[in-house]
Design a protein around this ligand. Structure first.
Ligand SMILES: Nc1ncnc2c1ncn2[C@@H]1O[C@H](COP(=O)(O)OP(=O)(O)OP(=O)(O)O)[C@@H](O)[C@H]1O
Ligand SMILES: [Mg+2]
Length: 355
């Protein structure tokens, strides 16, 4: 891998300011039991500016030929970061360079050096065939006309879409549409490819195929930035991962190094017959416990899974079973696991990536 940086991000920040919808006259200063209800902090028209810090000063560098993952829960700021890097959104402050070009001062050059795919692609033309879509976008991206046909043929073959290339996109499966979107992003042969949740909504087989495609793009020399909230995907695919939460990067390393940081930790999983809300706080306050989360078990039954990250599994398990017994929760199953990236996230934030 060369050490040239394809993407350099420095202290990037994006704040959204949104006004709540304008209130109609009878909605303002309503009377409640004869008292006037005041809307505090509102301006004269009753509108209240609301700000959201979507991305809160993130910095990272991605080297050429790397697959770099932004891993984080819903609302962490992943899509906002991608949108700033592909020049769809201006940063509130901070800088970023893609292929050496500044995203604010040289947006056209930035766009020329990258291809972007958003999840649930809506920018394809559903009435056009796959091939017609690629012909249209090739013209839009100024692809050399003499090479357009051969380039489209090779992309359709690479994305395994040859047999469907003359069918309208509305007849494509979600996985095929996603592959066509990747083909579109590669039309101008960009050195950098941004993928926002590339496997969201795909069945396991299509997701696996797409991950293979991402790896082969890297092997061909593309630099890839992808976002995901699937830990296993980030673990399997990425050379390095930045874990992002509430707009901030809370850890950045290779998957192996992130997990090695938890070498002294044990991950316990206990399945119980109902939501174990009563015991979680007590569990968190036990000595040697580094993180606790619970979620509805993904097994079609109405059971819950408690996950505990601890420095001493035996002591914690005893205490956990005592707590569950006292609260009347029934234990259905339990096991100890090797720490995963999810445990890294739990150790850093005290909560699950699923939240
Ligand atoms: N146009 C907008 N106006 C106001 N707030 C926004 C806007 N776009 C995003 N946000 C807010 O910014 C925060 C980050 O959103 P973003 O879409 O970047 O998160 P994400 O990590 O991509 O989440 P997800 O996993 O759900 O896709 C969220 O709180 C979101 O509600
Ligand atoms: Mg998103």
């Amino acid at each position: 891998m060369s050490t040239v940086n394809s993407i350099e991000v420095e202290n990037l920040r994006r704040v959204f300011t949104r006004r709540t919808p304008r209130k109609l006259p009878w909605q303002r200063n309503r009377q409640v039991n004869g008292n006037e209800l005041c809307v505090t902090g509102s301006d004269k028209s009753g509108n209240q500016p609301k700000t959201t810090v979507a991305v809160d000063g993130i910095s990272f560098e991605i080297q050429s030929g790397e697959i770099f993952g932004l891993l984080g829960p819903n609302g962490a700021g992943k899509t906002t970061t991608i949108k700033m890097l592909c020049t769809l959104l201006e940063p509130t402050s901070g800088t970023a360079r893609v292929g050496g070009y500044d995203i604010v001062r040289e947006p056209a050059k930035v766009r020329g050096s990258m291809g972007t795919v958003f999840s649930g692609e809506r920018s394809l033309y559903w009435k056009l065939t796959g091939r017609e879509n690629l012909e249209y976008f090739a013209a839009l991206y100024d692809v050399e006309p003499s090479t357009t046909a051969s380039k489209i043929d090779s992309l359709l073959s690479k994305m395994d879409l040859e047999s469907k290339s003359n069918e309208p996109v509305e007849r494509y499966s979600t996985g095929m549409r996603q592959r066509l979107a990747v083909a579109r992003a590669l039309l101008a042969d960009p050195p950098v490819v941004l993928l926002d949740e590339p496997t969201a909504g795909l069945d396991p087989q299509s997701a696996r195929n797409l991950r293979d495609t991402v790896r082969s793009l890297r092997d061909e020399g593309h630099t890839i930035l992808l976002t995901t909230h699937y830990m296993a995907e980030a673990d399997e695919l990425c050379n390095r991962i930045a874990i992002i939460d509430h707009g901030r990067i809370i850890a950045l390393d290779t998957p192996a190094a992130l997990k090695a940081g938890l070498q002294e930790m044990h991950s316990l999983e206990v399945e119980v017959d109902r939501a174990p809300d009563g015991v979680l706080d007590e569990l968190r306050s036990l000595p040697l416990v580094r993180g606790v989360e619970s979620h509805a078990s993904n097994n079609g039954l109405e059971t819950w899974t408690i996950r505990v990250l601890t420095e001493d599994s035996r002591q914690t398990l005893d205490a956990l079973l005592d707590l569950l017994r006292a609260s009347g929760d029934r234990v259905l199953n339990m096991k100890a696991n090797e720490p995963t990236l999810e445990d890294v996230f739990i150790a850093l934030t005290g909560k699950s990536l699923r939240d």
